[in-house]
Design a protein around this ligand. Structure first.
Ligand code: SIN
Length: 548
């Protein structure tokens, strides 16, 4: 199947990219691993940051500065400035696509405070902002003729020399390996917080699959040690208690009834403060009682219902127990704005590391980043597809993928791979989570190396080809383990504390670590980790490589 542009990922970044890439003459496909509506974007409830008046340079500069401060020395000024300046245009576009932001009696868009923000700039649709935006973008994408290809699990990129030529995917309904050829590709497959299974707001299948695909294609992963823990998730189900709950005035209290942190501090600080209380044996709760039933139901209706249904807690009368949960990953494929090292391949959204978030992301900036860089990636991919013809597909790599799937079906296994995934999540949370040290990281590394060996011996017990969930589970586990190794290697190397990365054996932030680490796969199973070269050194090296 042939398309001008293929976009992978149906979150906000992917949808925005597909919409921008489409015109009346070209063919654009949007590939997703499962149902189109299922993405982390649709679960990001609290809001999207934007200074609405494009001429208010003081406020835009404050947004830039807050984002830069939160990145703790690893922010990219160009990317941050671009994002904050684009914000009002993005909100206008979203309104045009049908997003109905909450407004006051004068029809002015309402904006709530979010952690780490020096102004109230988070626009919202109650507490379902992400799903409201996702729905409107899906509707828009459908009306302009984008082809949706759900239930496709991307196995690898198709490449020809230094160019992307399409994607190789597993059709989950038939277990057949498919090739989609295209002139350009946008990857927008989300992050890897789901690897912390049992301790994450993400669905368990957010295993960083496309980051593993990028690694195998020779690209570098950057800032992988920076995993953001959202301070407030339901204790039993990990359901997200949106930051809007604190933005609207909610308190955090411990089991002694004391508040112990400014609720609107950045997420890294609030999450650590909560964990500290818990390690001292106290429970932690969110207290919304003083807001009153009417306000809770008006501003936080989804949370109100979820608390009632999942925990039996009536928020206007009772406290809700919470815990910090892995929510977002700042690390991703190293890109310049959206451009990767492979020609014709553009990367955006949570899986890209463009330096907008650095060591820590501001709440409300993820939906904005997804929209802004999704739009840019879609435009770049469209331009590329107009300028260049299709590149050939290297069938050797496709054959390897077919053989790999046949191998997984070829025999039986005695291992319970779902149990392995659960134990991986627990290991990461306990040893490479909110607080880490050399010993815990070494233990996690050894365990992951052991699991990686096992993962290559796994087979499906059920041999049915249609909708075989075991097959996908095995592939996800392998990807999750590759990404886990990249997280741990990076965390081991960063012998300091910065943003979301906290090492109790190195609690200070050190100047010598004012740089990102990048991870590259040298050969299967062997990673190299190094400081990211600055662009000048990279350019000079490329000059020599091109001359040889
Ligand atoms: C939330 O509503 O707290 C999630 C939104 C975000 O992560 O920015």
């Amino acid at each position: 199947m042939i398309y001008d542009v293929i976009v992978v990922g149906s979150g906000i970044a992917g949808l925005m990219a597909a919409i921008e890439a489409k015109d009346e003459n070209n063919k654009v496909a949007l590939i997703s691993k499962s149902n189109v509506f299922k993405s982390n974007s649709s679960m990001a409830s609290g809001g999207i940051n934007a200074v609405l008046d494009i001429n208010n340079t003081d406020e835009i500069n404050k947004h830039i500065q807050d984002t830069f401060n939160s990145a703790k020395g690893l922010g990219n000024k160009k990317a941050i400035t671009y994002m904050c300046k684009q914000a009002s245009t993005i909100i206008e576009k979203l309104i045009e696509y049908g997003v109905d932001f909450d407004r006051d009696e004068n029809n002015k868009i309402l904006q709530r405070p979010f952690g780490g923000g020096s102004s109230n700039r988070t626009c919202y649709v109650g507490d379902k902002t992400g799903s409201a935006i996702t729905l409107s973008l899906i509707k828009k994408a459908r009306t302009i003729g984008i082809t949706f290809l759900p239930n496709n699990f991307i196995l690898n990129l198709a490449k020809y020399q230094d160019r992307v030529s399409g994607v190789v995917s597993l059709n989950k309904e038939t277990s057949q390996v498919m090739i989609y050829s295209s002139k350009s590709v946008v990857l927008a497959g989300g992050g890897y917080a789901g690897i912390y299974r049992g301790y994450s707001t993400n669905a368990p299948d957010y295993t960083g699959d496309l980051l593993a695909v990028a690694l195998r294609a020779g690209l570098c992963l950057k800032d992988m040690e920076f995993v953001q823990f959202h301070p407030t998730g339901f204790v039993k189900t990990n359901y997200l208690v949106t930051e809007a709950a604190r933005g609207e005035g909610g308190y955090l209290v411990n089991s002694e009834g004391n508040r112990f942190i400014d609720e609107l501090e950045t997420r890294d600080k609030v999450a650590r403060a909560i964990l500290k209380e818990q390690l001292e044996g106290k429970k932690v709760f969110i207290d919304l009682r003083h807001l009153g039933l009417e306000k809770i139901q008006q501003k936080l209706p989804s949370l109100y219902n979820a608390a009632l249904m999942q925990s039996g807690v009536e928020l206007s009368k009772e406290l809700l127990e919470i815990k910090p949960v892995a929510h977002y990953t700042m690390g991703g494929v190293d890109v310049n704005m959206t451009e990767s090292d492979l020609k014709g391949l553009f990367i955006c959204g949570e899986m890209a590391s463009n330096g907008v978030h650095g060591a820590n992301r501001l709440g409300g900036n993820s939906l904005l980043e997804g929209c802004v860089f999704g739009k840019l990636a879609g435009n770049k991919a469209k331009e590329f597809s107009k300028e260049f013809e299709y590149a050939p597909i290297d069938y050797n790599t496709v054959i390897k993928d077919i053989e790999m799937i046949d191998f997984i079906f070829s025999s039986d296994t005695s291992k319970n791979f779902n149990a392995i995934r659960i134990s991986l999540g627990k290991c990461l949370f306990e040893k490479a989570g909110i607080i880490k040290n050399e010993k815990s990281l070494t233990l996690a590394f050894d365990y992951i190396k052991y699991l990686r060996q096992i993962s290559y011996t796994l087979h499906c017990i059920n041999k049915e080809k249609n909708n075989n969930v075991e097959l996908t589970a095995i592939l996800e586990l392998r990807n999750a383990l590759e990404i886990s190794e990249a997280i741990i290697l990076s965390a081991q190397k960063r012998c300091e504390s910065r943003g979301a990365h906290y090492r109790e054996d190195y609690p200070e932030t050190l100047k010598k670590f004012d740089k990102s680490f990048v991870v590259k796969e040298l050969k299967k199973g062997f990673f190299k980790i190094s400081f990211k070269e600055n662009d000048l050194v990279k350019k000079i090296k490329n000059l020599f490589i091109n001359k040889e």
